[in-house]
Design a protein around this ligand. Structure first.
Ligand SMILES: Cc1ncc(COP(=O)(O)O)c(C=O)c1O
Length: 389
């Protein structure tokens, strides 16, 4: 039996999400059709929208469905950038090098093709943002800034950003803030209404819904240019026939995730602390990358000195335990994690990391299986040395 400890990549489909998906697939009609069947699927879609609005504490009209977190991040950043440069030149985009590639590469594309000027806020060695630097940037360049995009929680390290504080700083200069909340939503309490955000990304497959469904929450008064043109669905921000079965499934997964937040905080927090205490005893040289930082309770990020995280991952996989290095893997090119490099780690340190992420069906037996396997996997990975790449 495989033990799955890589929930931050894609968490297994929740039974409630599967049931909702099947319910949606049971009726075939275009939700924009006026006939009875069309109205039936429209109701399904709008029920999903209501439920998501409740789970994320936003208005139902702010929920824009699309195909995934990558699309949401692209839509938010390009859309806000284009909108903010309509009447006046505002070329600066503030973000951080610890963001997911869906954000980083979008900003870099805007830099190459649309004269955007990215400014990256530093993080410290634990991955926490330099808020002082952000404040100075905003007060020095306020009217040149198109937008700020900072993730709510980091998908590799689990480190949490104080989004309310970021939005307070931005509000004084009326700068729109987007947050990629993919790692945070359903993992910690999120209120879009209280956050002060202009736009927020949440993706289904990190919550127990299928891959290929996400939302971009866009504040009611926020204007952004659309990436996709066509039939004008979803406030004309995302044309295309709406995928009501996936929307229903996403809503069910998110609702259950939010219902389980207290349990998650308490039980997965305990399990993660147990795992880290045991690992520290078994392998005293392990560095807990983010210890002391404000981080998600279900994430443990470690550096194993003197080995490649990939070797460790491979040996753990052979022992039936699935984890991740959390490192960048784009189009088959594997390199040291850009997140750890941004935190000031050396390439060698960044290559030796392991990310364990717990999920809604994780048990102590899963963690014990990891603990049983880690010592010999580490010994094997050290023997393989640093030349595995
Ligand atoms: C923080 C973050 N942003 C964006 C994405 C991309 O989302 P999707 O896979 O839904 O396109 C991911 C998924 O790995 C992620 O973890």
């Amino acid at each position: 039996m495989k033990v799955f400890l890589d929930h931050a990549s894609t968490t297994p489909l929740r039974p409630v999400a599967k049931q909702a998906l099947l319910e949606g697939l049971g009726v075939s009609a275009n939700p924009s059709s006026v006939h009875t069947l069309g109205q039936q699927t429209r109701h399904m879609l709008e029920d999903a929208r209501d439920s998501i609005a409740k789970s994320l504490d936003c208005n139902r009209s702010e929920v824009i469905f699309n195909s995934g977190g990558t699309e949401s991040d692209n839509q938010a950043i390009k859309g806000l950038y284009w909108q903010r440069n309509k009447d006046k030149d505002r070329k600066i985009i503030i973000s951080a090098k610890t963001e997911h590639h869906a954000v980083l590469d979008t900003i870099e594309w805007l830099e190459k093709s649309q004269k955007a000027k990215p400014v990256w806020v530093d993080v410290d060695s634990r991955g926490e943002l330099n808020y002082q630097q952000l404040e100075t940037l905003i007060s020095d360049h306020g009217d040149e800034i198109a937008l700020i995009s900072l993730m709510w929680a980091n998908n590799e390290t689990g480190v949490i950003t104080d989004i309310q504080h970021v939005c307070q700083l931005a509000r004084e200069q009326s700068i729109p803030v987007h947050s990629d909340a993919i790692a945070a939503a359903g993992h910690m309490p999120i209120s879009f209404k209280d956050s002060g955000l202009a736009a927020m990304t949440v993706s289904g497959h990190k919550l127990g819904a299928p891959i290929g469904i996400a939302v971009l929450i866009v504040g009611r008064s926020v204007k952004l240019e659309s990436l996709v043109h066509g039939g004008g669905q979803e406030r004309a921000m995302r044309s295309g026939t709406m995928n009501y079965p996936l929307a229903l499934s996403f809503a069910a997964a998110l609702e259950e995730s939010v219902e389980q937040l207290d349990w998650r905080e308490r039980e997965l927090g305990k399990l993660r602390d147990y795992l880290e205490t045991k690992v520290a005893k078994l392998i005293p040289e392990v560095e807990f990358t983010t210890s002391g930082a404000n981080r998600l309770q279900d994430n443990s990020h470690m550096i194993f000195p003197g080995c490649q995280g990939d070797s460790l991952l491979f040996l753990l996989d052979l022992a039936g335990v699935e984890v991740s290095t959390g490192s960048a893997c784009q189009a088959g090119v594997i390199g040291p994690s850009h997140v750890l490099m941004a935190m000031g780690k050396t390439e060698e340190e960044a290559n030796g990391c392991l990310r364990i992420t717990l999920g809604y069906n994780s048990t102590k037996a899963d963690v014990d299986a990891f603990l049983d396997a880690i010592e010999s996997a580490y010994a094997g990975a050290k023997r393989a040395g640093m030349s595995a790449r």
